[in-house]
Design a protein around this ligand. Structure first.
Ligand code: AMP
Length: 207
């Protein structure tokens, strides 16, 4: 199955993708993770996108589309994949349609207040890319997956979160209509516990 997870920053795309990937045995393709890895390794791409990521803006479509195109051509995507954070613009969605057949786009619907609360308590592990909420951690800075040192993502600062939400509303929100008009959209209530939201997604996928 070729699945897209849509939703605002903080709607739970990454968390749900991590759960789905271990259940369905298909890879999670997170453009955000790919960009952060390049940043950490200071590759030419990493240096090119550094300021964009810090500001919460979007990496240019040409770069992002090519990266996804290359990644989806790898062998582990042959039986399906979960796209987390891509597409984020109509141009990206159109480009994706030109080389892939998407089965469904799951829109995680969460109100703005919840999103801000989630992002302000979010902790990230640069070693395993795990994402956690401070309220669920027994140790504030230790990754429960790999014992790496948890950090607050620089783009989770309050000002940048506000900018990212604006970028989402302008560029990514129109994708809901894009997939609805193609009969591919399913909207899932994204509030509640991780287990509750995940169960809703599983129900939708069974249908
Ligand atoms: P995320 O981890 O999905 O929140 O992505 C972190 C950052 O990476 C975003 O704020 C953007 O700067 C960049 N990014 C991730 N995915 C995309 C995309 N599909 N198009 C453009 N920029 C992206």
């Amino acid at each position: 199955m070729n699945i897209i997870l849509l939703g605002a920053p903080g709607s739970g795309k990454g968390t749900m993708a991590q759960k789905l990937t271990s259940e369905l045995k298909i890879p999670q393709i997170s453009t955000g993770d790919i960009f952060r890895k390049n940043l950490k390794e200071e590759t030419p791409l990493g240096l090119q996108i550094k300021d964009i990521l810090a500001s919460g803006g979007l990496v240019p479509d040409e770069i992002t589309i090519q990266i996804v195109k290359n990644r989806l051509a790898e062998a582990d995507c042959a039986n399906g994949y979960i796209l987390d954070g891509f597409p984020r613009s109509i141009a990206q969605a159109e480009a994706l349609d030109a080389f892939q057949n998407i089965d469904c786009a799951i829109n995680l619907d969460v109100d703005k207040e919840t999103v801000v609360k989630r992002l302000s308590g979010r902790r990230f592990c640069p070693d395993c890319s795990g994402t956690f909420h401070i309220s669920t951690l027994t140790h504030a800075t230790k990754c429960p997956n790999c014992s790496g040192k948890l950090i607050i993502r620089p783009d989770d600062s309050e000002a940048t979160v506000r900018d990212r939400l604006k970028v989402y509303e302008e560029n990514t929100f129109p994708l809901i209509e894009y997939y609805r008009s193609r009969g591919k959209l399913v909207t899932v209530n994204g509030s509640g516990t991780v287990e509750e939201v995940y169960e809703r997604i599983v129900q939708v996928l069974h249908r």
